[in-house]
Design a protein around this ligand. Structure first.
Ligand code: DWN
Length: 395
């Protein structure tokens, strides 16, 4: 049997489907969030996929530009690609609010976006970038090549792992990339997830969590080669993967270096995933223990960052308004809503992050440095709680 399920995180909602009112609860969509290892390709994927239209539509709420960390991350990325590869034609798959695209001016290059969430596609269109509000597939690739020609740089951040049919996605990329072009994508690293026990990287949108081992196997079928990998700190540990048509560029050492680390961690065998599943259970028990203990002492606990990740944690651990009073988040579209599944009210930090709060669960743990810097006053007397890489307080 080549597909082995190793973790079940229970019935979960759509991670970014914030509810407008209590009356929406009865129609809330739920599915069984479980994870499977494919022993042939070594790919880790959800056991059950959710229909893309239910997740990515004109009500999508995640804005890449809202964090200072991500704005400078994408600016640096764009500048380094311009310096190292001088692409004239740039295409971004999953362009969100244009945080990457807007670093390309029409003087040096033409940049176009693909973004199925039309509320976001309208933002980049208004900025002057041709944007297709469609899902990435062979048909769209054909349309783009016809209208704009083949592309020198195809970039995608936190989007390829959202695509369920990777064979079609890679085939479409291969047909859209010019003969000397590059495809660069970044997504959460499976190695980081396993090492940091950050099981909350698993939710409906993340159809797959990638190892370089699995990606090399999948890309090879489309005559595409990984020629460089960079480890990134963003989103709790990501990989930036550089791909070209086979034989066009020499393969840098970074590829074999990271594959060796993955093999050392056992990512090519099921045992590492079974150990991870055991650690996830333990993390749940420890988190519940400390939250219950604080609650018994009558402390006020809230959550900081209404992330997709916290949807997984709250629904897996059974944490609701019995333990967490509310969630503060900077995204205006989440304010006044109820968090998916756990139905915890979401309000702005201005409204809720004040002297009455004793402890805050860090839903946005991937921005620990940015948030701790910003919230120095809170940390003088109070503490954040996180479960990554183990359950602990942040002073
Ligand atoms: O791939 C994806 C990643 C990139 O973004 C998507 N599938 C969905 C989304 O996942 P997430 O919701 O877990 O992403 P973030 O970037 O961890 O979300 C941070 C949230 O925290 C945002 O809602 C903004 C909020 N926030 C805040 O309230 N105060 C963030 C910071 C830095 C802050 O200071």
């Amino acid at each position: 049997m080549s597909k082995i399920e190793f973790l079940d995180l229970g019935m979960q909602p759509i991670a970014n489907n914030f509810l407008s009112s209590v009356s929406d609860i009865k129609n809330e969509y739920k599915f069984r969030l479980a994870v499977t290892f494919d022993d042939d390709t070594k790919l880790v994927s959800l056991s059950n996929f959710v229909s893309p239209d239910l997740m990515f539509n004109d009500s999508y709420v995640y804005h890449s530009s809202l964090s200072k960390t991500m704005r400078s991350h994408f600016k640096d990325a764009a500048l380094s690609f311009l310096k190292d590869y001088s692409p004239e034609k740039v295409l971004e798959i999953g362009s969100n609010d244009g945080v990457f695209l807007k670093n390309f001016s029409s003087k040096r290059s033409t940049a176009i976006g693909v973004e199925p969430c039309s509320n976001f596609a309208n933002i980049t269109r208004d900025l002057g970038y041709a944007t297709y509000d469609k899902f990435w597939n062979n048909q769209l690739a054909k349309e783009i090549v016809l209208n704009h020609g083949k592309q020198d740089l195809i970039f995608s951040a936190n989007c390829i792992c959202h695509i369920q049919n990777l064979d079609e996605a890679f085939s479409a990329i291969s047909k859209t990339m010019s003969s000397t072009g590059i495809f660069v994508f970044e997504d959460p690293s499976l190695l980081s997830m396993i090492n940091r026990r950050s099981y909350d990287q698993i939710y409906d949108e993340h159809a797959h969590i990638f190892s370089i081992i699995a990606l090399r196997n999948l890309l090879d079928k489309h005559d595409l080669s990984i020629f460089k990998v960079q480890s990134l700190k963003v989103h709790g540990g990501s990989n930036r993967i550089f791909v070209c048509h086979k034989g066009v560029r020499s393969i840098e050492e970074s590829v074999s270096e990271i594959i060796s680390k993955e093999i050392d961690a056992g990512l090519n065998t099921i045992d590492a995933y079974r150990r991870f599943a055991y650690d996830v259970e333990k993390s749940k028990r420890q988190l519940l223990d400390i939250i219950h203990e604080l609650k018994r002492k009558n402390y006020k606990i809230i959550s900081y960052g209404a992330t997709s990740k916290s949807t997984t944690v709250f629904n897996y651990c059974g944490i609701g308004t019995n333990l967490i009073d509310y969630i503060v988040d900077t995204t205006p579209a989440k304010h006044g809503k109820l968090s998916p599944g756990a139905h915890i009210p979401v309000i702005s930090p201005e409204e809720g992050f004040n002297d009455t709060v004793d402890y805050a669960f860090l839903g946005a743990w991937n921005y620990e440095n940015e948030i701790c810097e910003k919230e120095r006053k809170f940390l003088k007397k109070n503490r954040f709680i996180t479960h990554v890489p183990y359950v602990r307080f942040i002073k």
